[in-house]
Ligand binder design. Sequence first.
Ligand code: ADP
Ligand code: ZN
Length: 739
Amino acid sequence: MKIAKIILGLSLDRSFDYLIPEEMESQVHTGVQVYIPFGKTQRRGYVVGVKNESSYPLDKLKKIDSVCEVHPKIPDTLLRLGKWISEYYCCSQEQAVRALLPSAVRSGKIKRKRIKLYYLVSPEEAQKYIFEKGKKSPARTKVIQLLLQHPGASSEFIKRETSAGKSILTALVKGKMLIEEDKEVYRNPFANTEYVKSAPPELTTEQKAAVDKISGMMGSPAAKPHALLLYGVTGSGKTEVYLRAISVALQQGKDSIVLVPEISLTPQTTERFRSRFGDMVSVLHSSLSDGERFDEWTRIHRGQVKIVVGARSALFAPFKNLGLIIVDEEHENSYKQDEAPRYHARDVAVMRGFMEKAVVILGSATPSFESYHNAYTGKYAMAELTKRIDNCVMPKIKIVDMQIEFMKGAGKIFSGELVDEIRGRLEKGEQTIIFLNRKGFATRMICTKCGYVASCSECSMTYTYSKKRESLSCHLCGAVIPAHKSCPQCGDPEIRYKGLGTERLDNIAEELFPHAKIARMDHDTMTHKDSYEKVLREFRNRKIDILIGTQMIAKGLDFPNVTLVGIINADLSLYFSDFRAEERTFQLLTQVAGRSGRGDIPGEVLIQSFKSQNTAIQCSKNNDYLKFYNEQLVFRKKLNFPPFSHLIIVHFRGPDEKQLAKFADEFLEKLRPHLSKEIKVAGPQPSPMTRIKAKYRYMIMFRGDRMKEFREALRELTLHSKRPTDIDCYVDVDAVNLM
Ligand code: ADP
Ligand code: ZN
């Protein structure tokens, strides 16, 4: 008898051996879900392997009860990827399998949707019925008349058109007048949306060169390298290159996955794929219902879809014949999942591509240093798009030195120059985007008398004040309390607010430009599912003159009438204690600036900064990625930070700081024997955010190159060693967030 290795829905990283009854042998493979006896109960588990031997005595092994038919099998290739994820990212196999399957599919609670359709047995009989009994049974006659025109109408349609309910239909079926048919249908999120088919435009020379390079790679199975960095400035037509590459995949009969950051999964983006490829595209949007998600997964699994567009998790679309994976805005941090498994979708995409012999395209205007380094050293191929489409020029970028503005005494929040520029745009009917990467009215509430600063009692974080809601909220834990009317410490009513957020910026702009239509886009205003789309629609239709926003407006927006972008306090992201702070600032500024001048009129950008000489700010002004990259790389190399090493952080959380520090020390001691000389250790030390939700936070940072063996030891230790129940500890491999 054969034996199956099975994992359970427990977060134990253990597998159990079960005998496979002979009659099930053909059904039980890796990836299938089965019911097994476990203790006194029955449980559902995943088969992760089939073998001929067990280290347990065979007569002690139990048999699998049955195969779960409703739960589709995960393709083997995906399971292999899951195994790699669990090893590389030091998580359990169970956690990795969770990432592979959407919970809507995993839970088993969702069923396929079925509807009933009705046909006439014979049109002649129907006519006869109307003629003979029409007057006596008007309700039934209506149904029959409808079906003469719409054979195969659904019960819902019949009810809507004739108000005939279930009983009439049943009676007609019994009377042999109608036939009832049961049909499985998909819940289609696009059911009521139209798309206009668009013809592909003529490619530019640069685009053509990129597409040729990619087709070349796709033409040779097991191409080396199999990944390509598409480095193209904003507005250079990267998306068109993606669309052509997908066409090539389609011609080869292969499937494609397109990953975009969740934030840019807007109708504007998805429309471009749908209008080129129509119903072959499935869009995995976070607002899909569980039922829709389940059906989309099923459609992909059955090969009824050839292209999937979605955020991070779309990477695990269950295609069996994958030819292409595209990761748009590959430098985006949102590709890193911040709960277990803490995988980076860009890196896993490269791995999946390698395993399934698919070509991977990583696109960006500001490539991550990791990817650019890989392209530079030849690990990835590279194609460049250096020009915007239609000779549309890159926007002119100017820096306003806010220190000088302050000395002049004039500079408040909006510099005089920015105000003038905005006024000019308002006169000409052109649009402006104002960017500030902080929401709320103010970021600190301060008592001028005793120095009290309102901060969260559970976190090491000052409260953000919202004037509209008269509330204080914590960014870290989300706590919201009513704003104090007087200082809670000394009772003084003189309360001051410091630190600027978009809400206050909005108020100031309204005072400065009383006749302008102003809208704000941040997490405070975008509370409804549709509010995002609504504001974008109004902005596109030029009903809004000035759009103020946070990160939310930095990406993907393509509005030709925007000719001015103002960046307030461009230095904010430089103050993070993170070796990537400059890289992030450069990326963000370049992205935001790229929103300007995408139409016929050249665009301008004003960057207001207190650190105008900073490299990140200077290089984004000059649009000089290479200079920036080369300068920064010197530091990275000196300090042995990525891309010259891999970074692994172990995080510790617990309510008692002393106990936590001690635990972290002991943890490191247990790892010492596995540390090679190449691996550098920093810590244990308190994390930059020392306390969140009443839990203290410590971390140990490991940097090194060949870390396979070390990772194994680390995985073993975090998954299987005992620890006090109130201490949490987890591993973040290739961390992008050091907090
Ligand atoms: P990116 O993704 O690099 O920022 P987009 O793909 O959004 O750039 O392209 C910018 C604009 O140029 C889009 O409106 C797109 O439809 C248009 N475009 C792209 N390629 C071409 C082309 N070859 N000919 C004409 N227009 C193009
Ligand atoms: Zn808090």
